[in-house]
Design a protein around this ligand. Structure first.
Ligand code: AMP
Length: 215
């Protein structure tokens, strides 16, 4: 099953993705993580992406669709995927659909995480990520060792207030129309209340994809 996680930056997609992926038995494709890894490795992809990412702008669709096509065609992704932050523009949604059709697959559900801007600003203000795994953590000071591995908790450059404002504007202008596009296609779009305890949001998301969401 291919599940698209949709929502504002900071809505909890990165937190929910591993939980949903585990329950569904499929891997995650998070383009933000792929780009950050490329940046860290200093590859041409990473260097190009950096120009956009640092200020909170979107990386060009062609770059994103190149990654998506390559990854989804691998054996590891044959049973499906949880897509985290992948479909951020209508051309990306169209490109994803074409790529999946060529592989004989389709999007099973679009989970739209709903949350107010004020809550986003509050969450991102307290968000750090592990510099090794990119997993988000809250309630720690920057520089703290990661509680789950040998990494260190750091603030993402694009989690600075100015970049967050840009990312929310970009979301409204370029990403929100994707939801209407999916609805117009008759896709299985489910809205999920993204406010509350992490496990409660997971339960809502699992229920929405037809799995028993009870803890
Ligand atoms: P994320 O980790 O999903 O918040 O992504 C971090 C940054 O990576 C975004 O602000 C964009 O600059 C870039 N990015 C990640 N995924 C995409 C995408 N699907 N389309 C365009 N840019 C992306």
């Amino acid at each position: 099953m291919v599940i698209v996680l949709f929502g504002k930056p900071g809505a909890g997609k990165g937190t929910q993705a591993p939980r949903l992926a585990e329950a569904l038995g499929v891997p995650i494709l998070a383009t933000g993580d792929v780009l950050r890894a490329a940046l860290k490795a200093g590859t041409p992809l990473g260097l190009e992406a950096k120009r956009y990412m640092d200020r909170g702008a979107l990386v060009p669709d062609a770059v994103i669709l190149g990654i998506v096509k390559e990854v989804l065609a691998t054996e590891q992704f044959a049973r499906g995927a949880v897509l985290d932050g992948v479909v951020r523009t209508v051309p990306q949604a169209e490109g994803l659909e074409r790529a999946l059709r060529e592989l004989g697959r389709e999007v099973g559900a679009v989970l739209a995480f709903e949350i107010e801007d004020e809550e986003i600003v509050r969450r991102i203000g307290g968000r750090l990520v592990c510099d090794k795994t990119q997993q988000p953590y809250a309630g720690y000071a920057p520089g703290t060792p990661c509680p789950d591995c040998e990494g260190t908790l750091v603030r993402r450059k694009d989690d600075e207030p100015e970049a967050v404002r840009t990312r929310l504007e970009v979301y409204r202008a370029q990403t929100l129309p994707v939801l209407d596009w999916y609805r117009a296609q008759g896709a299985n779009v489910r809205t999920i209340d993204a406010v509350g305890a992490v496990e409660d949001v997971t339960a809502r998301a699992l229920t929405a994809v037809g799995l028993d969401g009870r803890p």
